[in-house]
Design a protein around this ligand. Structure first.
Ligand SMILES: Nc1ncnc2c1ncn2[C@@H]1O[C@H](COP(=O)(O)OP(=O)(O)OP(=O)(O)O)[C@@H](O)[C@H]1O
Length: 311
């Protein structure tokens, strides 16, 4: 859906992006991660032409992006950023409806869409009449994501959209975006410097350094088959075990046909969270329920040891 071929970008004669080749498939959740200044935001902004590339080609839906009118291109791509960028003198409703209004949607359709998005992002319907300063930081970020989704864009570009949030709100928003991705099958490209966020969200991780892609692939590939020392160090050798556990979940690892009458854990609990439960409860078996709260099986502590092969 989005293809970079040998793309370079220079600022004041200095390369910020060098020879970048990257293919983003339709419906894929791609996370760009890397050291500070490695070129993540520049890569993202080249997709919607907020920054123009100097060399190479970038194609969107088969066409070189320079062939698009930038406004038309941006309306096809939602964009959410850390600093949110909501218009302070516009209500939440008007902010969310920015692109639908540009596309001249009828008023009733806009209102309906705003209602739908407020529900999708767990925002109270009453908030539609408030101004951004009357919301908390986390609520404002949700509105920013709702605005990016408003006109049902083909691609969602997100630059540290959950930055500067407390861990609880951040985790909740990560779950929302996973749900939105699963529901809509939208192509998402997200920039973060948070390794655990990348592992939680990504179908594919692109690790950058010095304007280059160092390695790209499934999270488990970067963890278990690092291309070089940089990748190994970046993902933290001492944390490797728990990070691998964060890629698996209790539902797929639980032994079927077994049950225990104890407080169960949910099937989508990561094995990393389950490890914490094993230790906190001082047990080596935990019952697991499916999303209808029905018994699914029992997770054995010993089975965590074999995750590397299972993933
Ligand atoms: N408008 C600009 N003018 C000059 N240099 C720039 C500009 N934008 C980015 N750069 C430089 O390009 C390089 C890549 O920047 P970019 O913002 O893409 O990195 P990043 O990986 O997103 O960093 P961070 O994680 O710190 O946000 C940096 O060296 C940065 O200083």
């Amino acid at each position: 859906m989005i293809n970079f071929n040998q793309v370079s970008k220079y600022f004041n004669g200095k390369a910020a992006i060098r020879d970048l080749t990257l293919n983003i498939a339709k419906g894929e959740f791609t996370v760009l991660i890397g050291t500070s200044g490695s070129g993540k935001s520049t890569t993202l902004k080249m997709i919607n032409r907020l920054i123009e590339h100097d060399e190479g080609t970038i194609r969107f839906a088969g066409e070189e992006i320079r062939g698009f009118n930038p406004q038309v291109l941006r309306r096809r791509m939602g964009y959410a950023i850390q600093s949110i960028g909501l218009f302070p003198h516009w209500t939440v409703e008007k902010n969310i409806a920015t692109v639908p209004a540009l596309l001249n949607w009828p008023k009733a359709r806009v209102q309906e869409r705003v209602t739908e998005l407020l529900a999708l992002l767990n925002l109270d319907n009453e908030f539609r009449h408030r101004y951004p300063h009357q919301l908390s930081g986390g609520q404002q970020q949700r509105v920013g994501v709702a605005r990016a989704l408003a006109a049902d864009p083909e691609v969602l570009l997100m630059d540290e959209p959950f930055g500067a949030l407390d861990p609880v709100t951040r985790a909740a928003l990560q779950q929302e975006i996973i749900r939105i991705h699963q529901l809509s099958g939208r192509t998402i490209v997200l920039v973060t410097h948070d390794i655990d966020e990348a592992l939680t969200l990504a179908d594919k991780i692109v690790l950058m350094d010095g304007g280059r892609v160092i390695q790209q692939g499934k999270p488990v590939e970067l963890l278990t088959r690092p291309a070089n020392q940089f990748v190994r160090d970046f993902f933290g050798r001492s944390e490797l075990g728990v990070r691998l556990l964060s890629l698996g979940n209790a539902g797929s690892t639980a032994r079927r046909g077994e049950w225990l009458d104890e407080e169960p854990i949910a099937a989508d609990t990561t094995l990393r969270e389950a490890l914490s439960q094993f230790i906190a409860r001082q047990t080596d078996k935990l019952p697991v329920v499916d999303n209808q709260q029905k018994p699914l099986g029992v997770l054995h502590f010993a089975d965590l040891l074999h995750q590397r092969e299972g993933l």
